[in-house]
Each structure stands twice: as C-alpha cells, then as structure tokens.
Write a protein that binds this ligand. Structure first.
Ligand code: ZN
Length: 207
C-alpha cells in the first residue's frame, strides 16, 4: 500500500537523518536540516523537458550514424568516414578490445540510455507504468557515467586538429549531429528528476 506524501520519511544520503517528506513547489528543493545536503528537488516540467531532449536525442543519434562523419582530402584522394568507421578500423588492426570499448561508449550505451529513458518516461506521461519500470530506470541511471559521447567528441576534435596539418578535413552532417546529441543528452540529464520519476511510478501503480 502506498503511503501519502507528508507521512513518508526520507533519509539524507550523506548523514542518514530522517525527514518527513513534503510537496515542493516548482524550482524548490529540500535540504537536510543537519548537514545541508539536497534531499530532493522539484524541477520545473522535468518530465516534459527530459522527454523532449530524449526524443531530439533519438533523431540526432540516427543522423549521427547515417550521414557522413568526416571527409579526408589528401593528395587528390578523398575518403569519407561514418561514425562506425573508427570501430571498423580498430577491428581491422586487431585492436578488438579497444574497438568494443569505443563501440560501447560512443554508440551502444548512449542509444540504450536514450531508449531506456523514453521507455520509462513516455508511458508515465499517460500515467502508465511500463513493464519492469524500476529495473529499466535503475539501468538508465547506472548507464549514465558510461555514455561517453563527450569524451569521444573531444577525441575527434584532437584528431582533426592533428590531421589538419597534412590533410583537408571536411566535417559532415553526422559530426554536427553528434555534437548536438552531446548537448541534448546533457540537457536531458540536467532536466531529469529521478525523485519525481520514482514518485510518478508510485502514482501509476495506484491507478
Ligand atoms: Zn544530512
């Protein structure tokens, strides 16, 4: 049976002090009375903003994988690469461990993170609890540090600067999409309020 807000207790993650939970207004946050740590917050339109940035993320992810990433022009030769080319080249050079790592952190995990977020949040928008929602949401939270789109982007920029001395490099639509994906994923993470998602899952259970 669900306990109504106001009668629920919440423990501070830092010092374990118990507090009675209360409803917050938009933009408000509750702090621990003993150590000052943030207990939970009420981000404005958190669910809607996370959904918008995640849906944008899916479109940008598709564009980043389907369009040309970079074009190299060197001594009359032109070579076009896509996002997956880096992984393929590493496999050709027998560096399969690095290839799998790059594939995971730059393609598979970001995709799983976006799909997982949409899987949990879209049904919540209509007060439905998706199948195995708690497991999926925990997975999304756990994947967060492993979606290293930003690190990959930094590597691409460093490589572009180094290669620009002896080759002409033309950024493709996928590169811009990937950069925009980085921003949309960061915005989705900033907008997401895990506390609210757990609350909504609880409400969906009661309907
Ligand atoms: Zn505390």
């Amino acid at each position: 049976m669900s306990i109504p807000t106001g009668h629920r207790l919440i423990a501070c993650q830092d010092c374990d002090l118990l507090h009675r939970q209360r409803l917050l207004r938009d933009g408000e946050r509750a702090k621990c009375t003993r150590c000052g740590a943030v207990l939970y917050r009420n981000k404005r339109n958190s669910l809607d903003r996370t959904l918008v940035f995640s849906l944008t993320g899916i479109i940008l992810f598709l564009m980043a994988n389907l369009f040309p990433f970079l074009t190299f022009q060197y001594e009359g030769r032109v070579q076009e690469s896509v996002l997956f080319t880096g992984v393929k080249e590493l496999l050709v050079q027998d560096m399969w461990m690095v290839a799998i790592l790059v594939l995971m952190v730059s393609i598979i995990i970001p995709l799983l993170k976006i799909i997982g977020t949409l899987y949990v949040l879209l049904p919540l928008k209509v007060n439905r609890r998706p199948w195995r929602a708690a497991f999926m949401f925990r997975l999304v939270e756990a994947l967060h540090p492993w979606a290293m789109v930003d690190v990959y982007m930094l590597g691409v920029i460093v490589a572009m600067v180094k290669l620009s001395d002896f080759a002409t490099i033309v950024p493709g639509a996928a590169l811009y999409s990937f950069a925009a994906l980085l921003i949309s994923m960061a915005a989705a993470s900033a907008a997401l309020n895990p506390h609210e998602v757990w609350e909504q899952l609880d409400v969906a259970d009661r309907i």
